[in-house]
Design a binder for this molecule. Structure first.
Ligand code: G
Ligand code: MN
Length: 262
């Protein structure tokens, strides 16, 4: 795979309490010279079955950290979530490579978040536990991606250092017409909060989704209603436009005149 044809796009996670964007998910884009855009779901699946997933995951991490440095120069404060392959969780040297990358770049671990699927955690839970503990000690947040779709045990939520659940979009997208999915989405928020985990919904496609998820306590929403994944410069523009359009709350001071509170 020629590297020049691979890039990262970033999809905003909207903080439902503030309406702001303080985190984005890095998603791979592969532009093939003759095939055009190849969907990540196709080439990541293929890469997973070969050793290509190693350089690909490593490249993603380096590129995300490079982008964080650039955004820092531009004074854009967003954390970046990267998707991590199951195979990385079985690699005991992964945390040390991560530590070296962070110390070499001057970016603190708190600016990175790792998204890991349930099945990745279950492949070898003991080894995943020691790798994740070390990663968490570096200051990274860890979230469970595609939550609800893996064949796994809820025990890992109790036993692994995990701080957030990302409810799979397949539950969210049609929750307005399927009460079973709505019940799963709503009760997952309760369970997550009772376990002191943040809860994120993927597949937020309509205003109804956004309002419902906010009402039932979701911390973040991600989906086409807000924005698809964008190249870094477009993402920065999107965030600043959103800020400019954000409603200014107005309060009355003692004299009765209006005062903007920000
Ligand atoms: O599994 P993961 O959550 O990493 O998947 C992210 C994928 O979901 C990306 O390929 C992205 O394009 C897609 N996606 C992002 N937002 C939406 C959405 O609102 N609806 C649908 N159907 N897909 C989405
Ligand atoms: Mn993801």
């Amino acid at each position: 795979i020629a590297r020049s044809t691979i890039s990262l796009c970033y999809q905003p996670l909207v903080n439902l309490a503030t309406g702001g964007v303080d985190c984005v998910e890095a998603l791979l884009r592969w532009q093939h010279p003759t095939l055009g855009d190849v969907s990540p779901s196709e080439f990541i699946g293929m890469a997973e079955t070969t050793d290509l997933i190693w350089p690909l995951t490593e490249w993603t991490l380096h590129e995300a950290v490079r982008q964080l440095r650039e955004w820092r120069r531009q004074e854009l404060a967003v954390r970046v979530a990267v998707n991590v392959s199951a195979r990385m969780l079985q690699d005991r040297s992964y945390p040390e490579r991560l530590a070296a990358l962070l110390s070499g770049s001057g970016i603190e671990g708190a600016w990175l978040e790792l998204e890991i699927t349930e099945s990745a955690m279950m492949a070898d839970p003991q080894r995943a536990l020691s790798v994740l503990q070390r990663v968490h000690e570096l200051g990274l947040q860890i979230s469970v991606d595609d939550f609800g779709t893996g064949f796994s045990s809820l025990a890992y939520l109790r036993d692994l250092p995990v701080q957030a659940l990302k409810v799979d979009k397949s539950f969210v997208i049609d929750m307005h017409e399927r009460s079973d999915n709505r019940i799963i989405v709503d009760s997952t928020a309760q369970m997550a909060h009772a376990l002191s985990l943040r809860v994120i919904a993927e597949g937020v496609e309509t205003r109804w989704h956004a309002e419902h998820l906010t009402a039932v306590g979701y911390d973040y929403g991600q989906g086409y209603y807000y924005s698809a994944a964008l190249p870094p410069e477009q993402l920065r523009a999107w965030i600043s436009t959103r800020r400019a359009c954000a409603p200014v709350r107005v309060a009355l001071d003692e004299s009765g005149s209006e005062r903007a509170t920000g």
